[in-house]
Write a new protein. Structure first.
Length: 132
C-alpha cells in the first residue's frame, strides 16, 4: 500500500477493564485475561507546513469468538477505526555534537514523511540551536 504501514500483533493482558462515561454514569467493564490477534494498516499523511503527521488506523475485521473476553474490545476498535489522529512533530528530540572543544545542539525538523513498500522514509533537517 502507498502511504500505509501494515501491522500484525497480539493484544494481551491480565486484569483488564474498560471504563467509560455515558451521560452522567461511569461504567466499568471487567474483562480479566485477554488475548486478541490484531491486524491494522496505518495510513500516514504529513503536513510539512504545520509539521503534523496524521495517522489513520484501519483495523481488519476481527473474528468474533463466542465466550471470548476479547470480544469486549471490538467496540473500542470500531471507535478508533478509520479516524485521523494528528501527531505534532514541530521538533524531534535534539541531539548534541562536539566540534573541537565546543558542544553544539541541533533540533531535527521534519521535512517529509513518505511510505512506500511498507517502509517509512523520514527526511529531517538539522537546525543549529543558538545559545542565548
Amino acid at each position: 500500500h502507498d502511504n500505509a504501514i501494515s501491522l500484525q500483533g497480539l493484544i494481551t493482558g491480565n486484569n483488564l477493564a474498560i471504563s467509560a462515561r455515558i451521560g452522567d454514569r461511569d461504567i466499568r467493564l471487567k474483562i480479566g485475561r485477554m488475548q486478541m490477534p490484531m491486524t491494522c494498516d496505518l495510513t500516514l499523511r504529513f503536513d510539512p507546513v504545520k509539521k503534523i503527521l496524521f495517522v489513520t488506523p484501519h483495523f481488519a475485521k476481527p473474528q468474533i469468538r463466542p465466550g471470548d473476553p476479547a470480544n469486549a474490545m471490538l467496540p473500542l476498535l470500531a471507535i478508533l477505526d478509520n479516524r485521523e489522529y494528528p501527531v505534532t512533530l514541530t521538533s524531534l528530540q535534539s541531539f548534541k555534537a562536539k566540534v573541537g572543544s565546543r558542544s553544539v545542539s541541533f533540533d531535527m525538523e521534519p521535512k517529509e514523511i513518505k511510505v512506500s513498500r511498507n517502509q517509512v522514509k523520514i527526511t529531517l533537517i538539522p537546525r543549529l540551536v543558538k545559545k542565548n
